[in-house]
Design a protein. Structure first.
Length: 316
């Protein structure tokens, strides 16, 4: 259970549960909440999903192009969360569920820290592969648009990537972008260069089935994102950039397409959409890779095994 409240008496109530149950393990995913627990020496493990200080460090050069003020704020936040992560990691074990970039970064912050990477997963591996369209013209991206990396990606797909696609030979594109709240820059592109703003969709599998290719460039953050593994698990061909694929091993990288910048993404989209046999291979290989590596049950076993090891060596 992850505690997200700093209500009065929370520390005492948690301590009581731990004292009364030898098997109880407190997992905290909030930096600000983890600090008082560490100060009070209440045993817990830290699961921040990813290294927030690394996120803000990577955000600086991207956001500086748009707003120097936001870039300065990213510097401040990177320093703030670096300090918190150092303090927390010095006291307890840390689990990250994103990828090797976060794991490596956190281990560098506190070389003696116990940082363990637990793989990501999706329930879609337990469902049949989606029968997607193969019309040679429909691509898509989706995400929670309250999360800045998704907004950044959606703006690139609807903006420079869509524009570059119109300048390349091939059929009129259909570029479907789902998620809410719809960013203003994305909404302004609705109906231009084939962009379709879908907003919130009730059935993500039905939406994925409308695509020939899933396009997921990543400009902010790190790690293997849920949307990438969900598309692979559903049997949808996936195209990303180098950062989006940075934590996939070689086998996983071969199951998807990887491009460099926005212009190269557009060229790769056109090339792939003209190769139905290659798209079929990507559907097959991506789905097979997801079945082998993206099962939550396997990762849960790894998590519990590491907790048992920590108990055995008296670190929890």
């Amino acid at each position: 259970m992850k505690f997200r409240s700093t209500a009065p008496g929370l520390l005492a109530r948690v301590q009581k549960v731990i004292d009364n149950d030898d098997n109880a393990v407190l997992v905290i995913g909030d930096h600000e909440l983890a600090l008082p627990f560490s100060r009070e020496n209440v045993p817990f493990v830290f699961d921040p999903t990813d290294a927030i200080s690394l996120f803000y460090r990577r955000r600086i050069p991207v956001i500086a192009k748009k707003s120097p003020l936001k870039a300065l704020n990213s510097v401040r936040l990177a320093l703030h969360y670096t300090r918190l992560e150092r303090q927390i990691l010095a006291k307890t074990a840390c689990f990250v569920t994103t990828g090797t970039a976060d794991e490596t970064f956190l281990k560098a912050l506190v070389p003696d820290a116990n940082v363990c990477r637990i793989g990501n997963g999706t329930r879609l591996i337990h469902q049949p592969a989606i029968q997607s369209v193969d019309d040679g013209r429909t691509i898509g991206f989706h995400g929670n648009m309250t999360w800045e990396p998704n907004v950044e990606a959606a703006e690139h797909v609807a903006g420079p990537i869509a524009t570059a696609l119109t300048r390349l030979p091939g059929p009129q594109m259909r570029i479907r972008i789902a998620g809410r709240p719809v960013p203003a820059a994305v909404q302004a592109r609705d109906g231009i260069d084939g962009v379709e703003v879908c907003g919130f969709v009730d059935d993500i599998q039905a939406w994925l089935a409308s695509l020939t290719l899933y396009v997921m460039p990543m400009y902010l953050g790190a790690g293997i994102k849920n949307k990438l593994i969900e598309a692979m698990a559903a049997g949808i061909p996936v195209l990303t950039n180098a950062r989006g694929a940075e934590d996939l091993p070689e086998e996983g990288r071969k199951a998807i397409a990887i491009a460099r910048d926005d212009t190269d993404i557009a060229r790769t989209i056109r090339a792939l959409l003209a190769q139905p046999e290659e798209l079929s291979r990507m559907r097959r290989d991506g789905r097979a890779y997801a079945l082998r590596h993206f099962d939550w049950a396997d990762h849960r076993q790894d998590f519990h095994a590491e907790l048992r090891r920590l108990r055995d060596v008296k670190k929890l």
